[in-house]
Design a protein around this ligand. Sequence first.
Ligand SMILES: *Cc1c(COP(=O)(O)O)cnc(C)c1O
Length: 217
Amino acid sequence: MIADNLKKVKDSLAAGVELVAVSKYHPIESVREAYDAGQRVFGESREQELRVKHEALPSDIRWHFIGHLQTNKVKYIAPYIAMIEAVDSLKLLQEINRQAEKNNRVIDVLLELHLAQESTKSGMLPEECFQMLQQGEWRSFKNVRIRGIMMMASNTDNGEQIKQEFTRARDCFESMKQQFFADDDSFNVKSYGMSGDYLMAQECGSNHVRVGSMIFS
Ligand SMILES: *Cc1c(COP(=O)(O)O)cnc(C)c1O
């Protein structure tokens, strides 16, 4: 069942689009089923749940932290996390850098943009994000590598609105790329699209989708 779902999702992705299987709230056995079907990249949004799964499952899984991360939790995931997707402040970026350095690692991160209309969604407003990049302190963080952006669209049935938000995400990515990462080939990740909207996300330039319920339930 999970293997079938996984295949269905994978078959609908264009070449070069990375699939993060979002396994939050789903049991270890389900993750293992997806693993046995060949999936290696998984997304979790809570540190404790991730810790348990990381310890129980094969070590070649690449775990992405996709939820809001408190600075005091960074130290627990820094030894092994493959990517931290929802960086929403300079303070968090700084702490990731500090903990990565302690572990002799460079940790990949994405900057989370708030483009949805709801006030509940987290992330930085584009202007805050550009301001942070402009200010330039991040350039001294040698143990984080900013790989791109991540965002969540509004939770709505209005496809036009979702499309607009994805398009804005792509525009933000492009201008960041131009202004701050023009000669950095590793700034190349646009992470948007979930079970309900990943096909549209893909049409709007996403190359990194985070799909949970469509695979696991
Ligand atoms: C839960 C979650 C997803 C996956 O959502 P589904 O609708 O289950 O595909 C993607 N991104 C984030 C940040 C999430 O928290």
